[in-house]
Design a protein around this ligand. Structure first.
Ligand code: MOS
Length: 694
């Protein structure tokens, strides 16, 4: 081993398995005697089930059972903690949103169950659903993921009114549904009082604990297995209704049951990004010094659950502005529960704030990049704490240079390529950094091979590869001697693989465990005892460190668009992103994630929106043929890179998380480029042809 392993752009260790189709995703698992369950979703969004006629469905070949609210096993359907959603488990006849599960058909094959599910005749008593954000029941939540939802520093209103240049606008982002390639899937098998669950999840331990609550059994009687996950993006962060329904069905028919969602059902009970309406007041002195930011956020939640889209976190922690206020308000609609979607709050919040900053730059006649530099905060502007490290200035400079920002003519509608209008826009990326406790077991066998074990999941981010890299480097052994094992609750504890926290959380545990194992190896003078060396370490973030520093990941995003002046069609032609997220563990897998966030930013800017029929609250585009996402032809050759400055203060792994930061600001960079090209400021995503042609 001559070169450092940490950072090396190694191929994924599971790449071959995935490419040859040997990696088993949940829906690929088959158990002896396994039956297939298909959910019947509701056809109304508000009301109750009046009657269910199962006669025809039950007469179909292969049908074993139909589970409805009349015969479903009684369980605990309500949430156990505020972070968990209410589960819709056929315990009563009430319907609160479109596609709520009303029955589950269990048959010998998936096709038989699907056919019979179509023949279950459900009659409803329907009431008019509430879908109007202005008219819906409103309330102010207290908390945003454990932080106050309303917060102020200085005198924001006074400062706004006194400032020389003011922007006062409303920005809107639509409802968006998670559409990973892999559909949600669960396989449930009971063995007496013991339950085994294969589940497409970001957190096997969360599935285990939640189902223990639902079925009233100790968690140690449940084994949850989530090994390969085909994309999740927050949608698989918590177990939804079908996980428990699969286990209930398995109990009812006394056989293992597999339940896989269809693409239209992905728009049902499994979460979405809520629509937001963000009122932004931002003001500066004539020289561009920010005087005040007021960020008032309104977002949707469901009838019986609370999810707050925490947009304010983005504005609170970014610029050096002494006067600031954020507030969040919820509106209850007849929709399913919203949830985290990649960069929750900060992707949506950054669209509003970074658009408003762009508007301010024009009002001031200051270059948008200069405006950001002028208001650069060396410390966290809210807490005043120093950052573990911050190199955002380098991101701005290096990305601007690669993008050739200095070629930009500041006048709108001034740049052309043939008949196309050309625009250049930029935005800041910023994302809170999280870390949770995690345990790791390292086993050094007498033959010198090493196993590193933790029950996390692999959702395409490269976790198994980077954890093996970290361990091998610290243990001073070749990479191929280390094997990372993961994917179920029999292994040491892993936190929810979300919030860009897995590398920081599990990685820190790997670093400390590997250092301890190395010490044991050194003490043994390299002679491994016949029963091997086993080190188990539980790593917890220290409160002292968390209180001493602020921690955030940063970036600078630059987009170029071409807009057809006659047709209003927008194409993103160039995109450059530079990121500051601490140490990079693997330049290939990390850059893939940074790239993915930029693609999703383009998607937010130009494509995605879940469209509801306001009279019925039913989703009209619940298919990938109607719900638009970018194809390769819609995405330019994106240039992403990281400023590789070490961050020894943040955690033992020295990482600040790269899974979400590139989504925070990327939609605004595109929207700002569209404004520069056309002179049309679109404050409601997505940017569609009709909005540019008015
Ligand atoms: Mo994510 S939305 O933190 O999986």
């Amino acid at each position: 081993m001559t070169q450092p392993l940490i950072g090396a752009p190694l191929d994924r260790v599971e790449a071959r398995e995935k490419v040859v189709g040997a990696a088993k995703y949940t829906a690929d698992v088959a158990l002896d005697g396994m039956q297939h369950a298909v959910v019947v979703p509701s056809a109304i969004a508000n009301g109750r089930v009046a009657s269910i006629d199962e006669t025809q469905a039950r007469a179909q070949p292969g049908v074993i059972e139909i589970m409805t609210h009349r015969n479903a096993p009684r369980v605990v359907a309500r949430k156990a903690t505020p972070m968990q959603s209410n589960l819709f488990l056929l315990q009563n006849d009430v319907i609160e949103f479109d596609r709520q599960p009303v029955a589950v058909v269990i048959a010998r094959t998936f096709e038989q169950a699907t056919h019979a599910a179509e023949l279950v005749e459900v009659r409803y008593e329907s009431e008019a659903p509430q879908m109007d954000l202005d008219a819906a029941e409103a309330y102010r939540p207290e908390q945003l993921f454990g932080e106050p939802a309303t917060h102020e520093r200085g005198k924001p209103v006074t400062a706004f009114n006194a400032a020389g240049v003011r922007i006062d606008e409303i920005y809107r982002t639509p409802t968006e549904h998670h559409n990973p390639i892999e559909m949600h899937a669960t396989i449930a098998a009971w063995d007496g009082e013991r339950l085994t669950l294969f589940d497409a999840s970001q957190w096997a331990f969360g599935v285990r604990d939640r189902m223990a609550h639902v079925f009233g059994i100790p968690a140690d009687r449940i084994t949850a297995i989530s090994k390969y996950v085909g994309g999740a993006f927050g949608g698989k962060g918590q177990p939804w209704s079908h996980v428990a329904l699969a286990a209930m069905a398995a109990k009812l028919v006394d056989r293992p049951v597999k339940l896989v969602l269809t693409r239209p059902q992905m728009f049902g009970w499994v979460g979405h990004r809520p629509q937001t309406e963000q009122h932004v007041e931002i003001a500066a002195e004539r020289d561009g010094t920010l005087a005040s930011i007021v960020h008032e956020v309104r977002s949707e939640t469901s009838i019986s659950d609370e999810y707050v889209e925490p947009c304010g976190i983005f504005s609170r922690d970014l610029y050096a502005v002494p006067n600031y206020r954020m507030s969040h308000e919820l509106r209850r609609l007849h929709i399913s529960k919203p949830t985290f979607q990649r960069a929750p709050g900060e992707s949506t919040g950054s669209f509003a704030i970074e658009s408003a900053m762009d508007e301010l730059s024009y009002a001031l006649g200051v270059d948008p990049l200069e405006l950001r530099l002028k208001n650069y905060s060396e410390r966290n502007p809210d807490s005043g704490k120093p950052y573990t490290s911050k190199h955002l200035r380098d991101c701005y400079e290096q990305a601007a240079k690669r993008f050739e920002w200095d070629r930009r003519d500041p006048k709108v509608r001034s740049m052309r390529s043939g008949r196309m209008l050309v625009g250049m826009g930029m935005a800041t990326a910023s994302r809170a950094t999280h870390r949770s406790e995690a345990s790791v077991r390292i086993t050094i066998r007498p033959d010198g091979t090493i196993e590193v074990a933790n029950g996390t999941i692999e959702q395409g981010t490269g976790s198994p590869t980077v954890f093996a890299q970290l361990a091998a480097e610290i243990l001073g052994v070749p990479f191929d001697r280390v094997r990372f094992v993961w994917g179920d609750t029999t292994l040491p504890n892993a936190p929810l693989a979300a919030g860009s926290q897995t590398a920081a959380s599990v990685g820190s545990a790997v670093v400390v465990a590997a250092s301890l194992a190395r010490k044991r190896l050194d003490e043994a003078n390299g002679r491994i005892p016949s029963d091997g060396i086993v080190v188990v370490h539980h790593e917890k973030p220290s409160e002292e460190d968390e209180n001493r520093y602020a921690q955030q990941a940063f970036g600078a995003l630059f987009a170029q668009v071409e807009v057809d002046p006659d047709l209003g069609m927008v194409g993103v032609t160039r995109f450059v992103g530079a990121f500051d997220a601490g140490r990079i563990l693997n330049r290939k897998t990390a850059y893939s994630q940074l790239l993915g966030g930029c693609v999703w930013g383009i998607s937010m800017a130009l494509f995605e929106k879940s469209r509801y029929d306001d009279r019925t609250a039913r989703i009209m585009n619940a298919e990938l043929s109607h719900y638009l996402i970018p194809t390769s032809a819609d995405v330019p050759d994106i240039d992403v890179f990281a400023i590789e400055a070490d961050d020894p203060h943040v955690n033992p792994a020295h990482v600040r998380g790269i899974g979400e930061v590139s989504m925070c600001g990327s939609a605004a960079a595109v929207a700002n480029a569209v404004y520069h090209a056309t002179g049309v400021r679109v404050r409601e995503l997505p940017i569609t042809v009709e909005k540019l042609l008015t």
